[in-house]
Design a binder for this molecule. Structure first.
Ligand SMILES: O=C(O)COP(=O)(O)O
Ligand SMILES: [Mg+2]
Length: 219
């Protein structure tokens, strides 16, 4: 059984405004400057701890694991209550998930967002029921770009890597697919530090209505 594994931030959902708000609430409360949204777009993808570290770097502030851990706790509180103020599924996501499910695909999420933030977000956006497995950045000992969470998502969805595909927006997603030995499809409307054409994905799509054809072309 093959599984389609989706990244979350910048792939399934437009989460940037809520991520920026939570990050800047936490940073400004700790006496730092807010980071403009166009800069935060290049800081997302490796989870909130790394986001906070990059926000502190932007401020030229020295940090330790302890300072980051305390800001991370604050971030978890702020973001948990406000993760769907602006965040919505991208255009075409819901019909695409519906059609893929009807075609018999198993579907999974593999995100670097903390698991305790991911499940309520999917639930509040009413897309949780599409997924046979949801894996966060802290579900397994390692996060993307390691293969472990991606292979874990496939296995928890009841599938095998053979025929499975990763769909994501940034380097950790495409590298996780490479490390797991499965093909990948990149979306070009997400949050990435490098141009999406440089990620080495097998296909690039610009809208979810192109996903089905992209999947077929890999089959
Ligand atoms: O929260 C992040 O930094 C990354 O999340 P993603 O893996 O869903 O893109
Ligand atoms: Mg992403």
């Amino acid at each position: 059984m093959s599984v389609l594994v989706f990244d979350l931030d910048g792939t399934l959902v437009s989460s940037m405004k809520d991520l920026v708000a939570a990050l800047n609430f936490v940073l400004t409360h700790a006496g730092h400057k807010a980071v403009p949204e166009d800069k935060v777009r290049n800081m997302v993808g490796l989870g909130a701890k790394v986001l906070i570290q990059r926000g502190l770097d932007y401020n030229g502030a020295a940090w330790t694991d302890e300072t980051v851990a305390s800001l991370f706790d604050h971030f978890l509180d702020c973001y948990a209550d406000n993760s769907t103020v602006h965040t919505r599924p991208f255009d075409g996501v819901v019909p695409a998930l519906e059609a893929l499910k009807a075609d018999g695909w198993k579907l999974a999420v593999c995100t670097n967002k903390a698991e305790r933030l991911t499940l309520p977000l999917l639930n509040k956006l009413e897309i949780d029921h599409y997924f046979d497995a949801v894996v966060g950045g802290d579900t397994f000992p390692s996060a993307k770009p390691n293969a472990e969470p991606l292979l874990g998502a496939i296995s928890r969805a009841g599938g095998t890597p053979q025929g499975s595909i990763m769909i994501g927006d940034s380097r950790p997603d495409i590298d996780a697919a490479k490390n797991a030995g499965i093909p990948s499809i990149a979306v070009d409307f997400g949050y990435t530090t490098v141009p999406v054409t440089e990620l080495g994905a097998d296909k690039i799509i610009s809208h979810f209505n192109e996903l089905s054809d992209a999947i077929d072309s890999l089959g």
